[in-house]
Design a protein around this ligand. Structure first.
Ligand code: CIR
Length: 257
């Protein structure tokens, strides 16, 4: 795999009203979120990708998490049908940008009653693991796998019990290496991979991203950072603490393809 492009969207001031399961962390501070986003873009550029930066959409507080309204594969793009009402319209906002990169016959859609969030999709080569979550339902997964199979790719369902999205707790680093935390440590789906176990007190650190041989790791998770470095990867550290306050992390903040 080699990524050439990344799409991100600037956070708006409305980010502080984003959906959260952890109100005790407080609301994101907009100015800090912007600085963290700047650093994120810089880190991506260091990994050799061209970064398309979309403007903030104040009417959608969670719209900087561009990973959820679309999934991009090497064969084509799938516009999802995000499972949270306040986020569903993000799919129409991202589609024109996706179409700049893909011909019409390479852009597919998940449609109601199917729902799917891209955060529930983990690419491992030509196979895609899909978390069945509060956001992604059985019909969404069925449609998604049907589209993949039409392209000669494959997919499989992973039921989730605890986390918001699949990639909240498991992330593939290429080369057979997988970062796993919590409920994913023992799932049979991932038995064949070289699993790097993320300790419970660093669970948020499981959300790292591999970009062309470098792994971007969130700031403040030293066990994860060392484990990734011990695998031989170059690393870059980016602070995503403002996004964490609304359940967001490194992977959610971009589409990489
Ligand atoms: C949400 O609840 O949808 C946002 N506050 C966080 C989305 C995180 N996205 C992701 O894990 N892919």
């Amino acid at each position: 795999t080699k990524f050439e492009n990344v799409i991100v969207r600037r956070p708006g001031k409305s980010l502080c009203d984003g959906i959260t399961s952890a109100p005790e962390l407080g609301q994101p501070i907009y100015e800090r979120a912007i600085e963290e986003h700047d650093d994120y873009i810089e880190a991506l550029k260091k990994c050799g990708v061209a970064v398309t930066v979309l403007p903030a959409l104040e009417e959608f507080p969670d719209s900087c998490f561009v990973e959820d309204p679309a999934v991009i594969t090497r064969c084509g793009a799938i516009i999802t049908n995000p499972g949270a009402d306040s986020r569903n319209g993000e799919k129409d906002a991202i589609e024109p940008t996706i179409r700049l990169f893909f011909d019409d016959d390479k852009v597919k859609h998940i449609v109601a009653p199917g729902t799917l969030d891209g955060g529930d999709v983990m690419m491992v080569g030509d196979h895609f693991f899909v978390g069945r979550s509060a956001r992604t339902n059985e019909e969404g997964i069925r449609q998604f796998i049907e589209i993949l199979e039409g392209w000669g790719l494959s997919g499989s369902e992973v039921p989730l019990e605890e986390v918001l999205h699949l990639k909240t707790g498991v992330n593939y680093l290429e080369d057979g290496n997988m970062l796993v935390s919590g409920e994913f440590i023992d799932k049979p789906d991932f038995a064949e991979y070289n699993k790097v176990i993320v300790p419970e007190d660093e669970a948020y650190g499981a959300n790292c991203i591999w970009v062309n041989g470098t792994v971007i790791v969130p700031e403040g998770y030293p066990t994860v950072l060392k484990a990734v470095q011990d695998l031989g990867y170059k690393t870059l550290v980016v602070d995503t603490s403002e996004y964490r306050k609304v359940d967001g992390g490194l992977s959610c903040l971009s589409l990489r393809f």
